[in-house]
Ligand binder design. Structure first.
Ligand code: ADP
Ligand code: MG
Length: 254
């Protein structure tokens, strides 16, 4: 098997809300160029971990490095500039903007996510041209080009998921985190989303995703990490995880 080449290394990361420890990860590595699934029951801390790692929430303690650089404590914007992004559900403000403007906001490296997409920051003309060209290319790739001038709120559930993925790619990240990319998507579009995820990996990008559908997880993951009550309770290849009693127990709530 290939030599380990972690792009993300996490050590001793903890986040509590009041008396509840939502995330308490001792050690976690994500290998470069893989599709890694993060699975676990509801409330296991998956979304909180994504928020911490991408700078959208603050850890109580811990350190993590991305591509050899310590990025713990950096803002979402800084983490995006380092090359790691997460997708965001379209906020209400974003649904009132056109599909193309959503993409251009994505080019601002997740700075706009916090501002709820209320406005586009002024761009230099040359930069705007470049960003628009990239946006159109991605919209073409995600089969949303015909929707470029429609408001994002008019898209179907599945098309929104495609837009979330496309806009996260505006900064050309090397690593993308997808939080339940298939939720509420009809079966036809699930296949298309899966195709996009494997293409990203095949182009050398690293994908970390949260998903519940076991067939989806087993079908496309190179590695699976199981989180329960904030802790990594198991990890391995799909074939190992499928037969892991601890995992079965955590999922069945035994
Ligand atoms: P998952 O994504 O695995 O379903 P979350 O990361 O959303 O789990 O949540 C983990 C735990 O932390 C849950 O018990 C949740 O209620 C709690 N939690 C998450 N965010 C907050 C918050 N902002 N304030 C208080 N509790 C939170
Ligand atoms: Mg979640």
């Amino acid at each position: 098997s290939a030599k380990p080449d972690p792009i993300l290394v996490v050590d001793g990361v903890r986040r509590s809300f009041g008396g509840l420890t939502a995330v308490d990860v001792e050690h976690l590595e994500v290998q470069r160029g893989t599709i890694t699934a993060l699975i676990g029951p509801n409330g296991a801390g998956k979304s909180t971990l994504f928020n911490l790692l991408t700078g959208f929430d603050r850890a109580d303690r811990g350190r993590w490095s991305f591509d050899g650089r310590q990025i713990g404590g950096r803002s979402g914007h800084q983490v995006a500039r380092a090359g790691m992004v997460r997708t965001f559900q379209l906020t209400k403000a974003l649904t009132r903007m056109s599909v193309l403007d959503n993409m251009l906001l994505g080019a601002q490296g997740q700075l706009g996510e916090r501002l709820a997409g209320a406005f586009l920051r002024p761009m230099w003309k040359s930069q705007e041209k470049e960003n628009t060209a990239r946006a159109l290319e991605l919209l073409e790739r995600f089969k949303l080009i015909d929707k470029r001038d429609e408001i994002a709120g008019a898209l179907s559930g599945g098309q929104r998921k495609l837009l979330e993925m496309a806009r996260a790619l505006m900064t050309d990240p090397s690593t993308i985190m997808l939080d339940e990319p298939m939720a509420g998507v009809n079966p036809a579009l699930v296949q298309s989303l899966l195709g996009h995820i494997t293409s990203l990996r095949d182009e050398g990008k690293t994908v970390l995703f949260v998903e519940h559908d076991m067939d989806v997880i087993m079908g496309i993951s190179d590695w699976i990490v199981v989180l329960a009550q904030g802790q990594v309770i198991a990890e391995g290849r799909p074939s190992d995880i499928r037969s892991n009693q601890q995992v079965i127990d955590a999922y069945l709530g035994a």
